[in-house]
Design a binder for this molecule. Structure first.
Ligand SMILES: Cc1cc2nc3c(=O)[nH]c(=O)nc-3n(C[C@H](O)[C@H](O)[C@H](O)COP(=O)(O)OP(=O)(O)OC[C@H]3O[C@@H](n4cnc5c(N)ncnc54)[C@H](O)[C@@H]3O)c2cc1C
Length: 392
């Protein structure tokens, strides 16, 4: 019997392995990953500065520790170049050498890559992205080399705003630039977004909205001059791009695995190819692409049972996301795409509650801004129907 093979050592890969081991301590398990397979919690990256956490403290375990802990073989720094679904085999590449790896079942946990804007100028190659621990190490190193503490962030989405708050809290001067007219454009109604923005502005974060970056050029002292489409220009020590993530689809597409925005799976996390499953940021499950931690936990639990012989449907309850902006604590449960909702809001002394209800008056989403509103997270979540019911 060939091993179960997991591609990817991110939260999805490791959680799937851990859940499987709870059910089956023995079956041969192999993890192949392009990176060094260090286990870490990615959400920590956008609030590590304020807790004074060095990148080394974020790592929870290296490949050999994880291999022992989970009783599996881990192949770090190894690329999967090709999947041969008919043969149930992978073509691997490590240090320029190609080998093959057979599998009985294959789990794609290949994640997503940052979207990059085409920006002119000799400084554009130096724009940082932070989507893994190595990116973060480089970002921290460059941050520490500059003393003027001026950072420009492209993108006022969840990750851009979290980094902005973390940097501002550590005495950096932050400018956030976004083409949209408001932060967290896709997640918040306009009036909540402006209240959220005000709270971040109150601690000194500056927003330049409705515009984009056209050019980044290197100037003296290792600084960068950033020219905006609205005619303004700013000088900063470094530029961080956080304009979104794109699921990693190339490997799957080349193996004739159906993809849309993500790798398409049914509720059993099965792709169209026999014995190949997808989870995590790369997976579009029943038409839902939810690149967050909670869906990974739900997927991994269901998939572990399936891999252990008990075919199990994933359960998606309502899964709110907490945005890590202490200056404006925010919990968001976006209403499902395609559902028409009406927003109702309630002002509180330290924030607001906004509820999205559908035509049947059923709660489908909400936004909780401030510490008082956050206390309603559990009670409101219980009122929202499951996205994918427990068993269908
Ligand atoms: C800064 C930041 C903060 C976040 N904060 C939150 C939060 O507060 N709450 C929340 O719910 N979510 C948050 N998220 C999202 C959450 O972290 C992700 O949903 C999750 O980490 C994705 O894990 P993953 O395993 O699917 O993907 P990844 O972590 O991207 O892992 C992909 C893996 O696949 C490997 N791989 C890819 N292609 C190949 C190949 N061909 N061969 C071999 N290996 C390959 C990579 O090397 C990597 O090991 C945050 C994300 C970021 C970037």
């Amino acid at each position: 019997m060939h091993p179960i093979v997991i591609i990817g050592s991110g939260m999805a890969g490791y959680t799937a392995a851990r859940e499987f081991r709870k059910l089956n301590p023995e079956h041969e398990l192999v993890m192949i990953c392009a990176d060094d397979a260090v286990n870490y919690a990615k959400p920590t990256l956008s609030n590590a500065l304020v807790g004074n956490k060095a990148p080394e403290q974020i790592a929870l375990g290296d490949a050999s520790k994880m291999a022992t802990q989970l009783n599996m073989r881990i192949e770090p720094l190894t690329w999967v170049k090709e999947i041969l679904p008919e043969q149930h085999q992978l073509i691997l590449e490590k240090d320029g050498q190609q080998t093959t790896q057979p599998y009985s079942k294959l789990v794609l946990a290949v994640g997503a890559n940052p979207v990059r804007l085409a920006i002119a100028g000799d400084g554009s190659d130096d724009i940082h992205v932070v989507n893994n621990l190595d990116d973060y190490k480089l970002f921290r190193k460059n941050l520490e080399q500059h003393h003027d503490k001026r950072v420009v962030i492209l993108g006022a989405g969840l990750i851009g705003c979290e980094f902005a708050n973390d940097l501002q809290n550590t005495q950096h001067k932050v400018i956030v630039i976004d083409l949209a007219a408001q932060p967290l454009g896709r997640l918040l109604p306009e009036y909540v977004a402006s209240s959220f923005q005000e709270k971040l502005e109150d601690i000194g974060i500056h927003f330049e909205l409705g515009t984009t970056v056209e050019k980044v050029i290197k100037v003296e002292n290792g600084d960068y001059q950033i020219s905006l489409a609205n005619g303004q220009s700013v000088v900063a020590d470094l530029v961080l791009s956080a304009i979104g993530l794109q699921p990693n689809l190339e490997l799957a597409k080349a193996a004739d695995i159906h993809c849309s925005r993500g790798i398409l799976t049914n509720g059993h996390l099965e792709t169209n190819q026999a014995d190949i499953y997808a989870i995590g940021d790369c997976a579009e499950v029943n038409g839902l692409l939810l690149p967050y931690v909670m869906p990974i936990m739900q997927q991994a639990r269901a998939l572990a049972k399936t891999l252990n012989g008990e075919k199990t449907h994933v359960h998606y309850p309502a899964m709110p996301v907490a945005v890590k902006t202490p200056a404006a604590p925010l919990t968001v449960l976006p209403a499902p795409v395609g559902v028409d909702v009406t927003w109702h809001s309630e002002e509180l002394e330290d924030g607001m509650i906004a509820k999205a209800t559908d035509s049947q008056d059923t709660l489908r989403g909400f936004v909780l801004l401030g510490a008082t509103a956050a206390k309603q997270r559990l009670s409101l979540t219980k009122l929202v129907p499951d996205l994918i019911p427990a068993a269908v």
